[in-house]
Design a protein around this ligand. Structure first.
Ligand code: GLV
Length: 334
C-alpha cells in the first residue's frame, strides 16, 4: 500500500469543494492528484455551490463569477497575472495565491544557463551543420568567448530572476539586473552580490546598453506590458539575444522580428506567447534565429504543487496566515 495514502493526514473540512479551471494539458493529472488527496474537484460548468477555492491558470474569464462561496483563488503556477486580468475577481476581495517553490527558480536558472550558453557557443549553428552532416570547426570563428566576456542583463529580480542572476554570476558571467521600482529602504544587496542592479525608468537604457543577453523574468503588469520592444532592442549592443521566459504580452513581436531582420539582434528564445498554444502560422516557429518552447522553462512540479494547494486551502479555511510570498498584492499587480 502506498505510504502516502496510509500516512496522509485527513483532509480538513472535506465538504468544502474546489473548482479547477486551467488551459494546462496536465489538468486531468492535477485533478486526479487533488482527488487522491481527498478533495472534491469541480470543473467549469459543474455545480459550484459548495466550492470555496478556485484553482486556476489562464482560466476562462468569468468562470469564478458564479461561485457564491469563493474564499480564495490559487494559481497552479508562480504567476498570477491572469487573475489580475479577470474583471470578475477585481473588487471581490478574495486572496489570490501563487505557488512558491525554490525548485521552480532552480529550474528556471538551469534553463537560462542553457539558453545563454547556446547563444554564446553558437550551438544552433553547430546543429544546422550536423543536419547537413557537415564537420564545421569554423562556427565560432576560432575565437573563444568565455563566460566573463558575456554581459547578461536580467529583467525582474524576484524569486526567479534573482536566482537566475545569482546562478549566472556564479558561473562567471558579467551579470546585471533591472528592477522597475526604486530601491526599497529595507532592500539588501547581499543576496545579489556580484550583480550590478539598475532601477526604474531612468536607468533602463543604461541597463540595456550593457546587456548582450537580456533575460526577461518580470511580472506582467500594466507597466511592463510590451516592455520588450524596439526601444530596448536598439539600446542593446548589436548582435545581442533576448530571452522571453515570463509572459507573451511583454514582447512586441513585430519589433523583435524587425530587430532580428536588421541584425540588431542575433537570437531569441521564446517560451511564452500571447496566444498559447502558439498558432502554427506564427512566423516565430520557422525563424532561423528563434528558438520556440511550449511554456516549459520552469513548470510547476505537480506533487509539490498539490501539497502547497492542500496546505493553502486549509489555512484559508481556518482563516490562518499564509506563508511568505504566497499572497499576491493586487495594488502592485503581482
Ligand atoms: C508559469 O508561467 C508560472 O507562472 O508558473
Amino acid at each position: 500500500m502506498s505510504s502516502n495514502a496510509a500516512t496522509a493526514p485527513a483532509l480538513y473540512r472535506p465538504e468544502s469543494e474546489v473548482l479547477l479551471a486551467s488551459t494546462f494539458g496536465s489538468q486531468p493529472i492535477w485533478k486526479a492528484r487533488l482527488e487522491e488527496r481527498g478533495l472534491t474537484v469541480r470543473l467549469p460548468g459543474e455545480d459550484v455551490s459548495k466550492v470555496e477555492l478556485g484553482i486556476v491558470f489562464n482560466h476562462p474569464l468569468g468562470v469564478l463569477d458564479d461561485v457564491p462561496g469563493l474564499k480564495a483563488v490559487q494559481s497552479l503556477g508562480a504567476g498570477v497575472d491572469f487573475m489580475m486580468e479577470d474583471p470578475g475577481l477585481r473588487g471581490r476581495g478574495v486572496p489570490l495565491l501563487r505557488i512558491v517553490d525554490p525548485l521552480m527558480a532552480e529550474r528556471m536558472a538551469t534553463f537560462c544557463v542553457w539558453a545563454t550558453m547556446n547563444y554564446q557557443r553558437k550551438c544552433d549553428d553547430y546543429f544546422r551543420a550536423q543536419m547537413e552532416s557537415r564537420w564545421d570547426k569554423s562556427v565560432e570563428n576560432y575565437k573563444n568567448v568565455d563566460n566573463h566576456e558575456v554581459r547578461v542583463g536580467v529583467m525582474g529580480l524576484g524569486l526567479m530572476g534573482g536566482r537566475v542572476a545569482r546562478t549566472l554570476a556564479g558561473l562567471g558571467y558579467e551579470v546585471s539586473g533591472w528592477k522597475r521600482l526604486p530601491p526599497s529602504s529595507g532592500e539588501s544587496s547581499d543576496d545579489l552580490a556580484g550583480v550590478r542592479v539598475y532601477h526604474g525608468e531612468e536607468e533602463f537604457l543604461t541597463f540595456a546598453s550593457n546587456a548582450q543577453v537580456v533575460i526577461n523574468l518580470l511580472p506582467l503588469t500594466t507597466e511592463t506590458h510590451g516592455i520588450l520592444n524596439a526601444r530596448l532592442f536598439n539600446a542593446m549592443p548589436r548582435g545581442g539575444a533576448v530571452m522571453n521566459l515570463a509572459r507573451g504580452a511583454h514582447l512586441v513581436a513585430n519589433d523583435l522580428l524587425e530587430a532580428l531582420a536588421s541584425g540588431q539582434l542575433e537570437h531569441a528564445v521564446l517560451d511564452v506567447f500571447v496566444k498559447e498554444p502558439l498558432p502554427p502560422t506564427c512566423p516565430f516557429w520557422l525563424h532561423p534565429k528563434v528558438r520556440v518552447f511550449p511554456h516549459m522553462s520552469s513548470v510547476t512540479d505537480i506533487p509539490n504543487g498539490v501539497e502547497q494547494i492542500i496546505r493553502n486551502r486549509e489555512l484559508v479555511l481556518k482563516g490562518a496566515p499564509l506563508p511568505l510570498g504566497v499572497v499576491a498584492e493586487p495594488g502592485r499587480g503581482y
